[in-house]
Design a protein around this ligand. Structure first.
Ligand code: ADP
Ligand code: MG
Length: 286
C-alpha cells in the first residue's frame, strides 16, 4: 500500500546542515528540486548510507561522486524508491517521497534511466521514442503505432517532438531502423530520447558512460545537458572526472555513506577531506 503523505511537512529542514561540517555549503533546502535529508540504510551489518544529506538545485546537473563503496548507488536506489531507507527524508519539489514504491515515485516525476523500459527491438527507433511518451499520451501513441485512428494533430505533435529529440542525438539517420540493430552506444542515446519524451522533473543516472565506447562520451554529455535544457533536474553518478567537470553544474562528494564535500570542481580540489578521500586517489590513479 502507498503511504499517505503527511498534511504538513513539519519536520522539513530549514537551511540546517545536520552534519555541521564547515566544509559543506549552507543548505538550499527551501528552493531545491530534490532534498535528501539524513538518509540511512544498512544491509545486514554493512551501513551503506549513514546520515547522507544534500540538496539539488532545480534545473541543474549535479554530479554524485566518490570512491567505490561510498554508497552512491544505494542513494540512487533509495531516492528512486527501489529500496526503502531505514531512516531519513527525501523531498521532491517539497513533497515527501521516501518509503513510496518506484512506480509512485516515477509518477510523481522522478525517474532513473533503467526504469524507462529497454528498447523494443522489433520497433523502429522513432516508434520506440513514441512508445515512451507520458501516460496521458500513451493511448494516442499506441493507436499511432498500431494503425487505429488517433487525433491526427496529437500524432503529429508527438512525432514532431520525437523526431526533434532524435535529431538532437544525431540519430536522424536511423529513425526507421529497428532498435534491435543499433550499436550499444546508440541504444544508450535512444534511452535518453525516451527519457526526454517522458519529460520528468528529476532524472537519476548511475554511471551512464559504463559500457559505452568512449567516443560517444561527448554525445552522451550533450544528451544529458539536453535533458537539463528541457527543464529537467539531473543527478549523475560517474567516475570519469573529466566528464563530471564538463557537464555538471555542481558536484556532491560521498565517502563512507555520507556527503563530505560539495561545490564546483575547483572548490573541491581545495577541499582537504575530498582530496584525501577521493580526488587525490583518482589523480594518482589517472
Ligand atoms: P557505490 O555505488 O558508491 O560504489 P554502493 O551504494 O553500491 O556504493 O555500496 C555501498 C556499500 O553497501 C558497499 O559496501 C556495498 O557492498 C554495500 N551494499 C550495497 N548494496 C548492497 C546489497 N544489496 N546487499 C549488501 N550490501 C550492499
Ligand atoms: Mg555504484
Amino acid at each position: 500500500m502507498l503511504q499517505r503523505l503527511p498534511e504538513h511537512n513539519d519536520e522539513r529542514p530549514a537551511r540546517v546542515d545536520p552534519t555541521a561540517s564547515s566544509a559543506l555549503p549552507e543548505r538550499q533546502t527551501e528552493t531545491a528540486a530534490l532534498v535528501v535529508n539524513d538518509l540511512w540504510r544498512s544491509f545486514g551489518g554493512v551501513v551503506a548510507v549513514q546520515g547522507c544529506s544534500f540538496d539539488v538545485r532545480p534545473n541543474s546537473i549535479t554530479g554524485l561522486v566518490g570512491p567505490n563503496g561510498a554508497g552512491k548507488s544505494t542513494v540512487i536506489n533509495l531516492v528512486s524508491g527501489l529500496i526503502k531507507p531505514d531512516k531519513g527524508r527525501i523531498y521532491l519539489d517539497g513533497e515527501e517521497i521516501q518509503g513510496h514504491a518506484m512506480d509512485w515515485v516515477s509518477r510523481a516525476g522522478l525517474i532513473r534511466t533503467f526504469q524507462v523500459a529497454r528498447e523494443w527491438p522489433k520497433l523502429t527507433v522513432l516508434e520506440n521514442v513514441l512508445a515512451a511518451a507520458p501516460a496521458g499520451h500513451r493511448e494516442t501513441v499506441w493507436r499511432a503505432l498500431f494503425g487505429r485512428r488517433a487525433t491526427r494533430r496529437e500524432e503529429a505533435l508527438l512525432e514532431g517532438r520525437a523526431s526533434e529529440l532524435l535529431a538532437r542525438l544525431n540519430l536522424t539517420h536511423v529513425v526507421n531502423e529497428l532498435a534491435g540493430r543499433l550499436s550499444g552506444g546508440q541504444k544508450r542515446l535512444l534511452e535518453f530520447a525516451r527519457v526526454a519524451m517522458v519529460a520528468p522533473k528529476v532524472v537519476l543516472l548511475d554511471e551512464p558512460l559504463a559500457g559505452v565506447n568512449p567516443v560517444l562520451g561527448d554525445e552522451l554529455g550533450r544528451a544529458i545537458q539536453g535533458l537539463r535544457d528541457d527543464g529537467a533536474t539531473v543527478v549523475v553518478v560517474e567516475h570519469n572526472m573529466g566528464f563530471v567537470e564538463r557537464i555538471c553544474d555542481t558536484v556532491v562528494v560521498m565517502a563512507t555513506g555520507r556527503v563530505i564535500g560539495e561545490g564546483s570542481m575547483s572548490q573541491l580540489r581545495t577541499n582537504q577531506d575530498v582530496v584525501e578521500a577521493y580526488l587525490g586517489r583518482t589523480a594518482a590513479h589517472e
